[in-house]
Design a protein around this ligand. Structure first.
Ligand code: GTP
Ligand code: MG
Length: 222
């Protein structure tokens, strides 16, 4: 099957303070590489990755990697509305980056109404645990995630620990949201897109199993 074909496109935004490792997580996930001296993000960068969420259902993940620095906030804010999912990232060795998570969450939720964004909280740089540099415990972060209604994972872009798991957890959450009707496709909203009918036909003819159709997906795939 042609890997560039996809049935759904999900727009996923990376959020969190500067230097927590948002770009590094994406680099690890999409290129399996890590840089000790990676450039700070200026405005927003774009990454693409494909994931098969079930046999015959390929999702194109379009990532918006935002700059954590405050001076870019007016640019990055404009990307919230057309996102369906967000990885909310803090650095487990930075207390301040953890304390800002609530603010990131409130800001996104307020700005995307009436749409909904599904989140996963990621505690980054757990490889530094070995050097006793941790400033936020797993319990405390898990508790916050519970309060905010999102799952929590600890990851390291440096070692690769839990990186794929974090992205896939979020993607599957969005896909389940689509199937259940929690996420609705709407005119003028680009958080989720469906493939052109021709691409779908090609995919279906080569798919090993029939794909599941989301409840609210009549417009795209009918
Ligand atoms: P902005 O683009 O400014 O918002 O920052 P960012 O969140 O994208 O952080 P970035 O990925 O640029 O990483 C910042 C620094 O942290 C770099 O020096 C990375 O090498 C380092 N870093 C990123 N992830 C990890 C990790 O998992 N472990 C360790 N030890 N360092 C990391
Ligand atoms: Mg960055």
């Amino acid at each position: 099957m042609d890997l560039t074909l996809w049935q759904y496109q999900f727009r996923i935004i990376m959020l969190g303070d500067s230097t927590v490792g948002k770009s590094s997580l994406l680099k690890r996930y999409t290129e399996d590489s890590f840089l000790e001296s990676i450039n700070e993000t200026v405005g927003v960068d774009f990454y693409v990755h494909f994931l098969e969420v079930e046999p015959g259902v390929r999702v194109k993940l379009q990532f918006w990697d935002t700059a954590g620095q405050e001076r870019f906030r007016s640019v990055t804010r404009s990307y919230y509305r057309n996102s369906v999912g967000a990885l909310l990232v803090f650095d487990v060795t930075s207390r301040a980056s953890f304390e800002h998570i609530k603010e990131w969450h409130v800001e996104v939720c307020e700005r995307v109404q009436p749409h909904k964004v599904l989140f996963v909280l990621v505690g980054q740089k757990v490889d530094r645990d070995a050097h006793q540099e941790r400033a936020v415990s797993r319990e405390e972060a898990g508790k916050l995630a519970g309060q905010l209604g999102m799952p929590y994972l600890e990851a390291s872009a440096k070692t690769g620990q839990n990186v794929r798991e974090a992205f896939e957890l979020l993607t599957r959450r969005v896909y389940q949201g689509l199937l259940s009707g929690e996420i609705e496709l709407q005119e003028g909203w680009d958080g989720v897109k469906c493939a052109a009918p021709q691409a779908l036909r090609l995919q279906r003819s080569s798919a090993s199993q029939p794909s599941t159709t989301p409840k609210n997906n009549k417009k795209c795939c009918g």
